[in-house]
Design a protein around this ligand. Structure first.
Ligand code: C2O
Ligand code: CU
Length: 453
């Protein structure tokens, strides 16, 4: 395919016709663990990749955007030798995995310089929940550029037996492609959280997934966009949500409208009928900075993500048994400590500063200290005029305003609102971070350090 000469834009929902007509469905290469181990070399490098029906130079893991999908089971050990062939530092974060953040684990403080490698060893507990997770770089100051550039991939933790057909993975990302490469973004776009003009699924524009009529398709969907919220709309189709992030609901919930903040994932079941089913991401803005500052750059727009096209020749998906993992419900009586984290913005230092509790990120400062084995209730207080999706590494957060147990690792905190979560610091001790998952805001300072000991 030729490199792009014109900017590439998302497919608008009206483009979906009765036959779909988009690109054929494809998924990134899969690497699965064997006998309890998955060892891989991962190289991050600028690469000419096939994307959106053409070719462009993007940042890629092992030459593909998205990078390989990793299939793991509870109890496995993941060994990754990450080689940095970029021209700036990078590192690796296994987003949502409840694994040690220390030493060579899921440690966001590691810096791998250009032309250097680092060996990660990530041990997954035998009782780790099943679900869909992902990996991406986490080097402070470059995260948004590197993720927007193409560095992301799926991690699926599921049953030990992969011989039955594994669930389908849809990695949703957005990017602006011009002149055969990824567009640079302005300072104003960074403050607003950049949006790409093309919304991609597994690197494709609006692919068609052939599905047997009458079957129930299962889709693990990842919002890997640097800043874009996905307000999912399945038209009139019947969609159930089995779980969000690493959490699995007691029973599937209605998915006729589902908001996924950057970083969130959803485990979806879609009932196929005799007509195509389109999954659209409706435009969802995050507000503005206020203070008379105009947002700049791309405005959110409706985008067609994918079409499930009925096809009698398609394999009938294997029905999935309900999840057996039952998270502990963190009740009022379990709460050992409470704290409030406030998100603010302020002018200073030559631009807009994005702050938590009045501070910009400083890797040498510990902002919160919690005792291992305790339960805390956190009030996430958004004092700004923009929404901020709050992400805590390692320990999932239980949403208090929810029906039943709803565990997430990214919690949307709308402009001007408070969101209350409970956290059980019961798995692994260590020092790691929490931050806004509008990755530009993280790079601009909206991140803190937590030490759990
Ligand atoms: Cu997906 Cu700290 O990030
Ligand atoms: Cu933010």
């Amino acid at each position: 395919a030729p490199p792009f000469s014109e900017p590439v834009a998302s497919t608008s929902p009206s483009a979906a016709d009765a036959t779909g007509g988009g690109a054929a469905w494809a998924e990134p290469p899969v690497l699965a663990s064997e006998d309890g181990f998955l060892e891989l070399d991962l190289t991050a490098a600028p690469t000419q990749v096939e994307v959106a029906g053409g070719t462009a130079i993007m940042l890629a893991y092992n030459g593909s955007v998205p990078g390989p999908t990793l299939h793991l089971s509870p109890g496995d050990t993941l060994r990754v030798r990450l080689t940095n062939a970029l021209d700036e530092p990078t590192n690796l974060h296994t987003h949502g995995l409840q694994v040690s953040p220390l030493a060579d684990g899921d440690n966001p403080f590691i810096s791998i310089e250009p032309r250097q490698s680092f060996d990660y060893v990530i041990v997954i507990d035998p009782d780790h929940p099943h679900g869909v997770f992902w990996y991406h770089p986490h080097h402070h100051g470059t995260v948004a550029d590197q993720v927007f550039g193409g560095l992301y991939g799926a991690i699926v933790i599921d049953r030990d037996d992969w011989s039955q057909r594994a669930p389908r993975v849809a990695v949703v990302s957005d990017v602006t492609l011009v002149d055969g490469g990824v567009a640079t973004v302005s300072a104003a776009e960074r403050r607003q959280g950049r949006l790409g003009e093309a919304v991609l699924v597994n690197g494709l524009l609006a692919p068609d997934l052939a599905t047997a009529p009458g079957a129930t398709e299962r889709l693990l969907l990842i919002n890997a966009c640097a800043s874009r919220y996905l307000d999912l709309d399945p038209g009139g189709a019947t969609v159930r949500v089995r779980g969000i992030d690493g959490g699995t609901f007691d029973s599937p919930r209605d998915g006729s409208r589902l908001l996924l903040a950057p970083g969130n994932r959803a485990d979806l079941e879609i009932d196929m009928v005799d007509a195509p089913v389109t999954l659209t991401a409706r435009a969802h803005g995050i507000g503005s900075m206020g203070m008379g500052m105009m947002s700049a750059g791309v405005e959110p727009d409706d985008a067609l993500l994918l079409t499930l096209v009925p096809d009698a020749r398609a394999d009938t998906p294997v029905p999935v048994p309900p999840a057996s993992f039952r998270p502990r419900d963190l009740r009022e009586a379990d709460v050992d400590a409470r704290r409030t984290l406030s998100f603010t913005m302020a002018m200073g230092g030559g631009g807009m500063r994005f702050l938590i509790d009045g501070e910009e990120f400083d890797a040498t400062r510990i902002d919160q200290q919690a005792d291992v084995g305790t339960v805390e209730e956190w009030t996430l207080r958004n004092r700004t005029m923009m929404d901020h999706p709050f992400h805590l590494h390692v320990w999932p957060m239980q949403l208090m305003e929810a029906d039943g147990i709803d565990l997430r690792d990214v919690v949307d905190v709308p402009a001007g609102e408070d969101v209350v979560v409970r956290i059980g610091f019961d798995r692994v001790p260590g020092t790691t971070v929490y931050h806004c998952h509008v990755l530009d805001h993280e790079d601009l300072g909206m991140m803190g350090v937590i030490d759990v000991a």
